[in-house]
Design a protein around this ligand. Structure first.
Ligand code: CO
Length: 188
């Protein structure tokens, strides 16, 4: 496995790729699995919850998402992980249904490190996609962090960045303290 370079919005050459509408994935088998493994490694190293193929320079409709383990508060106030993280590989995803209502969330993006802003998102979405084994799948009414990550990643595949979804640009702010950023928002 190898870690790949994550493209940045403030680099003009990178931005061209990040703004491209992705073509469908035709890759399969071992080649696809290797790419997916590299994407998870790259995403984990950058401490993101999602990564889309255009973010590593490939304008194809592929994204990976990893939802962190659920946690519970213990009697002493500390948090403990009470389950595994959940990984999703979405090949050629399509949002087929979405809630009418919106939620405002603080978002960050691995292609715009350190910057966070308020973005309105649907409170849930239903997405159809193919998994890494070529099996057709549907995730019904994905909400919370997963629903948010799906919307952020599918936007990437359409060349849309979270800053373009913001209604109030003044909420965009730079947070250099990684701990503070982690408490504020997830990045993908
Ligand atoms: Co992003």
């Amino acid at each position: 496995m190898s870690t790949l370079r994550v493209l940045k919005i403030d680099n003009p050459e990178d931005k061209k790729i990040l703004k491209t509408k992705c073509r469908p994935v035709t890759m399969a088998g071992r080649e696809l699995r290797r790419l997916i493994a590299d994407m998870f490694e790259t995403m984990n190293k950058a401490e993101g919850v999602g990564l889309a193929a255009p973010q590593i320079g490939l304008p194809i409709a592929l994204t990976v998402i990893e939802i962190p383990p659920p946690t519970e508060k213990q009697d002493d106030g500390t948090e403990i992980e009470v389950g595994p993280s959940t990984r999703y590989v979405l090949v050629n995803p399509k949002i087929v249904q979405a809630s009418n209502d919106e939620v405002m969330r603080q978002e960050g993006c691995l292609s715009l490190p350190g910057w966070y802003g308020e973005v309105p998102r649907r409170s849930w979405v239903t997405v159809e996609y193919t998994d890494e084994n070529g099996k057709q799948r549907r995730l019904r009414k994905a909400d919370g962090l997963l629903g948010w990550a799906i919307q952020h990643e599918v936007d990437h595949l359409n060349g849309v960045l979270f800053t373009e979804r913001m209604r109030d640009p003044s909420t965009l702010k730079k947070i250099d303290d990684e701990q503070a950023a982690e408490e504020l928002a997830k990045k993908a």
